[in-house]
Design a protein around this ligand. Structure first.
Ligand SMILES: [Zn+2]
Length: 76
């Protein structure tokens, strides 16, 4: 399954795969997940944090771009 918010999906730090498999550990409610491709373990929370960071990065990049566009001298 993919963990995504809006247009952004979380990806594995190791291999970049965007598919994760939930692990149902009996004593854990941390929503552990494993990368479908390489099996590295993470949590749903960590993946959502990654998406949140990516969202902030994209927003900042967008702001920078619009600042640059505004600061460009106009052509006459
Ligand atoms: Zn992986």
């Amino acid at each position: 399954m993919r963990v995504c918010v809006g247009h952004i999906s979380a990806h594995c730090d190791k291999c970049g795969c965007q598919d994760f498999q939930p692990l149902f550990a009996e004593s854990s409610n941390a929503h552990e997940m494993a990368c479908f491709s390489c099996g590295v373990r993470t949590t749903r929370r960590a993946l959502l944090m990654q998406i949140a960071e990516e969202t902030v990065k994209r927003a900042q990049a967008f702001i920078e771009l619009s600042k640059k566009a505004r600061n460009q001298p106009r052509k006459h």
